[in-house]
Design a binder for this molecule. Structure first.
Ligand code: NA7
Length: 547
């Protein structure tokens, strides 16, 4: 087995090298992959990232107000190292982007990862050679690297979606996508700001922008449910508790879909309407995701129960907004929880400010852009700065952008022309020895992502060990396994209300994208399936002897 490891080379040097594994991406998944393969398995690994530093999504999404929108500190973090858990001081319950990035920088330094990561480097080609059973990548900096395994940790939310409104490029003012936010401070002071999009990024950034800007116009396509984050400092007592109980907390996270919180096993029929309302109130006060996960069994399955919870949140929005017309426009009308859940810090209150206006694009659509304004059917909105909080070509988009070429030179763009099928969310038929972290069909965005990345990577590592120990040169999933996996994902999703809503979970936010559910909704069951597959001798995979 060829093994050459090295650090970054000066630009312009054509470098050819070989290693055991190439990792693409230096976010949560890629950093852990490098650590696991290199330090725990003793393989030679080279990692690449187009960004100038570690962090992945946390490197790019540095818009004002950016925070983790899932069960947060200290759970949105690596769990495998007790030392790391003990030494890192989380300070708030809902971690900020800056704090996550600082943590990942610490992780990279602590495990001496940077020496094997080449930053500011894009992969221009990734190609599998069936004769050698190896992948070769080429970079825009002139490197060519060959390895037996290609680990794609390219991020679930990476390829920024920019709407193609007529004339949008005519807008002459500053324009920033939240997913590609500048690394220098953006000043809103004295400016008229337009924000398109009210997903997590819009809802997190709008209150912060409104504090500074002269005026903010929000262009909303779909009104959203958002739950109060109730962010607050973590106490030293809480941190000590987490540390003392870490092993059991981690076990609970693994068993309960990625977080250690209680999920209610109570049925709605066991309580009266008044008791249910009291329960929703209590969970609303608690904040975070508790209302979504801990009210009654079946909120995401039972239409009537979902309607009741939806109505409860709509009432909360109505109570908050002073202007009834604005409140009307802000009423979400899809099934609660079937778009990505949003945790807010004063979003709805922001509409009570004098300097904030809301345009409902369903009633008053955008017709054109001019160098200094957005023109909707009913009026012209002067703006100096445009914020596009319009999301991502989620989950499959980053793999398609990489577009590896597999067996027979087939590109992933061709393979995924109509459906982005995978086996176990980590391998693709026709692409031997390629593994994805958080790929389509894995729990990815439905599970605590750092923990999910660790567990997926550990499985991939064991699979690589299996190849090495058995003199095998290549592994590839079978078409039958891929078809069955797709069925399994769909069946789980179809049991819920998710497919009833147009969302990025369904690929509905990108014109022309296949309508297909992006992931596995039952994280704990998913990891059990991974274990079963391995125990059954890697069921659903075909192996080749070393050539
Ligand atoms: P999201 O959640 O995809 O939100 C994007 C928002 O942009 C959403 O409100 C979209 O409306 C809106 N959008 C998208 N395209 C358009 C066009 N053409 N016109 C008007 N509005 C548009 O992305 P985020 O960045 O907020 O969050 C992504 C994830 O990152 C989030 O889930 C967290 O996990 C972190 P729509 O609802 O599609 O009608």
């Amino acid at each position: 087995m060829a093994s050459t490891t090295r650090g970054a080379q000066p630009r312009g040097v054509r470098d050819e090298s070989e290693c055991d594994a190439i990792v693409i991406g230096a976010g949560f998944g890629g950093l852990y992959a490098l650590h696991h393969l290199r330090d725990k398995m003793g393989l030679s690994v080279r990692a690449f990232d187009g960004a100038g530093g570690v962090g992945g999504t946390w490197w790019y999404n540095r818009y004002p107000g950016a925070r983790v929108d899932a069960p947060s500190s200290p759970f949105y973090a690596y769990t495998f190292s007790k030392e790391l858990v003990n030494e890192w001081e989380w300070t708030e319950t809902q971690t900020s982007q800056a704090a996550v990035l600082a943590y990942l920088e610490h992780f990279a330094d602590r495990f001496d990862l940077r020496r094997d990561i080449q930053f500011d480097t894009w992969i221009s080609d990734a190609r599998y050679d069936e004769n050698t059973q190896r992948w070769t990548i080429e970079t825009d900096t002139g490197d060519r690297v060959t390895a037996q395994f290609l680990i794609c940790a390219v991020g679930a939310l990476f390829v920024a979606h920019k709407p193609d409104y007529p004339g949008i490029n005519d807008f002459a003012g500053e324009c920033h996508h939240t997913g590609r936010w500048p690394h220098v401070p953006v000043s809103f002071s004295g400016k008229r700001v337009g924000v398109i999009g009210t997903g997590s990024s819009g809802i997190q950034s709008i209150p912060e922008i409104a504090k500074e800007a002269e005026h903010v116009t929000v262009f909303q396509r779909t009104p959203q449910y958002a739950l109060p984050a109730r962010n607050r400092p973590i106490t030293t007592d809480e941190l000590s508790q987490y540390r003392e109980n870490w092993d059991s907390l981690r076990a609970t996270m693994c068993a309960r879909g990625g977080w250690p919180f209680k999920t209610s096993r109570r049925r709605a029929s066991e309580d009266s309407p008044a008791q249910r309302r009291a329960r929703y109130e209590e969970l609303w006060e608690q904040g975070g995701i508790h209302l979504a996960i801990n009210s009654y069994i079946g909120v995401l399955v039972d239409k009537d129960l979902n309607h009741e919870v939806s109505e409860f949140v709509r009432d909360k929005i109505r109570e908050t907004i002073r202007n009834p017309e604005t409140a009307r426009k802000l009423m979400p009308d899809y099934y609660f929880g079937t778009k990505r859940l949003i945790l807010d810090n004063g979003y709805f209150e922001t509409y009570n400010r004098e300097n904030v206006a809301l345009i409902d694009l369903r009633e008053d659509p955008i017709e054109a852009f001019t160098p200094s304004s957005v023109r909707t059917r009913e009026g012209e909105h002067k703006i100096d700065l445009l914020v596009l909080a319009t999301g991502f070509d989620a989950v499959s988009g980053s793999m398609l952008k990489l577009n590896p070429k597999g067996r027979g030179g087939m590109s992933l763009v061709e393979k995924w022309d109509e459906r982005f099928d995978t086996y176990l969310g980590t391998t693709i038929v026709g692409f031997p020895n390629l593994f994805m972290i958080h790929g389509p069909g894995s729990p990815g965005v439905f599970f605590t992502m750092p923990l999910g990345a660790e567990r997926q990577m550990e499985w991939i590592g064991n699979c690589i060990r299996h190849l090495h120990e058995n003199g095998l040169g290549a592994i590839e999933s079978t078409p039958e396994a891929e078809t069955l996996w797709d069925k399994e994902i769909k069946q789980i999703a179809d049991h819920t209300l998710y497919p009833h809503t147009d969302s990025w979970y369904m690929g509905a936010n990108i014109p022309g994208k296949p309508r297909q559910f992006v992931g596995h909704l039952r994280g704990s069951q998913y990891f059990e399936r991974l274990a079963e597959v391995a125990e059954a001798g890697y069921e659903g995979f075909a192996f080749e002897e070393v050539r």
